[in-house]
Each structure stands twice: as C-alpha cells, then as structure tokens.
Ligand binder design. Structure first.
Ligand SMILES: NC(=O)c1ccc[n+]([C@@H]2O[C@H](COP(=O)([O-])OP(=O)(O)OC[C@H]3O[C@@H](n4cnc5c(N)ncnc54)[C@H](O)[C@@H]3O)[C@@H](O)[C@H]2O)c1
Length: 355
C-alpha cells in the first residue's frame, strides 16, 4: 500500500507532527501540502521538509483530490469549523487538542463523524511512550487489581514571551487556560489508565501571568471505580515536571518526570508482592518497544485506518477530556462538586467559559 497523503494546517505544533511523526514514518505517510496564514512560517516549514504544495488558504486544501488526511494544528477556536469542513470532503481528519470548545460542539462532531466517509483522530500523543504503554498492558491484562489512588501533577512554566502570541491567554481564542491547554494531556493519561470519572471538585485561579484564563488549579476526583484522584496544575513551576502516580492493589506505577513525554521510559512499575511481580514479568516477556509521542500515535492511527480497527484516541476519549474540563470549570466557578456524565441539560453544556 502506498503512503497516505497528508496536508498539515498550521506550522506551529504542526511542524512537530511532521518532524516527530510523519517524517519518521515515510512508508506510511507523505506530507504533500502545508497551509499557514503566516507566510514566513509557511515558507520555512515548507522548505525544511520539502513539502511540494504551500498555501495560505484552507479552502485550497479541502479541494486537493489526492490528499487523504487533513491534520488541523490551528488555534483552538478554529478547530470546530475546520473539522466539519474537512469531514465533509470525505477525507480522514487529525485534530489537535482541545478538539473543540464545548460538549455541544463535541457532540456535533460525533454526529458529523458518524455520517462521514473519513475518520477523525483527536491528538493525545503523550499516551505514546514505552513506559506508559507497559502500564496500560499490565492493567488491560487484569494484573493491576483494584485501583486505589492517583496523583497527577502538571507543573510547567509559561511567561510573557509565551503569551505574546495573540490567541493565547484569552477565553475567546484559547478557550481556556492551563486546565484546557496544558494539563489536558496528563488528565487524559489518568482516564486512559484508570478509567472514567464519576465526580469532580475543582478550584482554579490566575496566579502566574496577567492573563484572562486560569494558570493554576487543583482538583479532587472520584473515579467510577471508586478510586480517588488528585490533580494539581500550575504554569509557575521553576522546574517543569509532569508526574503521574497510580496505586493499584497489585502494583504502583510512577511516570518519569519528563514534562512533555511523560509516557516515555523510565516508568517505575512496583509490584506489591513477589507473585504480582512474577505475573507482570511474564506479561512483559515478549514486550515490543512502543515509539514515543507522534511517531507512536501516527503509526497506531495508520494501523487503525488500514485494518478498520479502533482508533488509538477515540472521539469518546476527546469528549471525556472536555467533560472533565466542563466539570472543573463549573465546579471552580460554583464551589460545588459536579457529577459526570454531563449532557445537554447541564448549564455549561454549550460553553464552559464564563458568561
Ligand atoms: N499536542 C501538543 O502537545 C500541543 C502542543 C502545542 C500546541 N498544541 C495545540 O495545537 C494548536 C496550535 O497551537 P500552536 O502552539 O502550534 O500555535 P501557533 O500559534 O504556534 O501555531 C498555529 C499556526 O496556525 C496558523 N493559522 C492560524 N489560523 C490559520 C488558518 N485559518 N489557516 C491556516 N493556518 C492558520 C498560524 O499562522 C500559526 O502558524 C492549539 O490547539 C494548541 O492547543 C498542542
């Protein structure tokens, strides 16, 4: 089978999609077009990867008959209309986080996907890393036992230079703050490994930068399994870390501290008994290395497309991440806990942003 032809929209994180993902998988993908309204970025990224077609016009890409995948890496407020337009062409679609700006938009995308020829991959590349995937394998093999407790820390650093990009720091264009834009990855890892969330109590504040959206938050969760979880988030940590620690009956997992690739080795996998340790060792005996971030995610995406298998990140996963966001904002604004799931009757279903 020949490689799938990709058009990347937006050359910021879109450049990393190419460098870390598509360019490392030349047998699976070819980047044939790049679209960016910034002419300098368009020319630079286009030249760096010898991309044959460069355009500032998204409509041009929609009309390119040979493109199989449109990969949307534009600012968050553009995702919803661009996803709908891209799905309407029948092509496959990849879209950066946050997928869209509300649960209502997520449900509209789910409905559009159901009637579309192409499939939609939401981005959660931190899932891909050899350490995290071993933990997932142990849990899926039924060897972890009852989930007890999780702590998830997203302690990063952002300063004025970061917020000089005009769309950042504002509800209208970034759609939210550190909970939405930064901690969303580690919080996705929590549900990826420990399952869905039942209840959320959150507190959010803006303490680090003079911005409209939050940059510091904490939350207390009850998972559907009954396990308890705590989240802490700041963009004011002098040393950047992401840490996920998950305590189960038979094993405790602890991620590396690496902030943007916390799925990578080394993960500590600490069995609670010799018997558990032997079962885990046996389960990992034939383990095959899982590549990191976009390379691992896009390889799994290609495999799902050719086998018609389950996507490595589903629309349900993306919706669940936005449901947590909605609950966190509602709880921190009202001072009340929020029960999940959240449907159309919820006051923040159409927007989690303050009125
Ligand atoms: N997965 C991750 O780890 C990760 C990391 C960073 C950003 N992101 C997400 O990726 C998205 C983009 O973030 P970024 O940091 O790359 O932003 P950015 O501002 O650096 O890049 C976005 C690019 O999109 C271009 N653009 C804007 N409107 C456009 C349009 N209508 N058509 C074509 N191009 C257009 C801009 O010129 C810019 O070059 C956001 O949703 C962000 O949350 C994800």
């Amino acid at each position: 089978m020949s490689p799938l032809n990709v058009a990347v929209i937006g050359g910021g994180i879109g450049r990393a999609h190419i460098a870390e993902g598509y360019a490392k998988l030349p047998a699976l993908f070819r980047v044939r077009a790049l679209c960016d309204i910034d002419p300098v970025r368009l020319a630079n990224v286009g030249a760096e990867f010898a991309i044959p077609r460069l355009t500032a016009n998204f409509e041009d890409v929609l009309a390119m008959a040979d493109i199989d995948i449109i990969d949307i890496c534009t600012p968050p407020s553009l995702h919803f209309p661009q996803i709908l337009a891209a799905l309407a062409t029948g092509k496959h679609v990849v879209c950066e986080k946050p997928l869209v700006g509300s649960l209502a938009e997520a449900d509209a995308v789910i409905a559009a996907q159901a009637g579309a020829k192409g499939r939609l991959l939401p981005i959660f590349q931190v899932r891909y890393g050899n350490g995290l995937q071993k933990a997932r394998h142990i849990i899926n093999a039924g060897l972890a036992g009852k989930p007890y407790l999780a702590t998830v820390e997203t302690h990063w650093w952002r300063d004025a230079a970061y917020y000089a990009v005009p769309w950042r720091g504002k509800y209208a264009t970034e759609l939210g703050g550190a909970l939405l834009g930064h901690a969303i990855h580690a919080h996705d890892v929590l549900t990826y490994l420990m399952g869905p969330i039942a209840s959320v109590f959150g507190r959010a504040d803006t303490r680090v930068n003079p911005i409209e959206v939050e940059d510091t938050a904490v939350a207390s969760l009850v998972m559907c399994s009954g396990a308890l979880a705590s989240l802490s988030v700041t963009l004011g940590s002098a040393r950047e870390i992401t840490r996920v620690r998950l305590c189960f009956e038979h094993v405790t997992f602890q991620s590396s501290l690496v902030p943007y690739a916390s799925g990578n080795d080394p993960w500590q996998i600490i069995p609670t008994s010799t018997k558990s340790g032997m079962a885990i060792d046996a389960a990992l005996a034939d383990w095959r290395f899982v590549p990191s971030r976009f390379e691992g995610l896009f390889a799994a995406f290609h495999s799902a497309l050719v086998t018609d298998g389950e996507l490595p990140v589903t629309l349900a996963d993306a919706r669940a991440s936005l449901e947590l966001i909605t609950a966190l904002y509602h709880s921190s604004q009202t001072g009340q806990p929020v029960s999940l799931p959240i449907g159309p009757e919820h006051p923040k279903y159409h927007s989690w942003r303050p009125a």
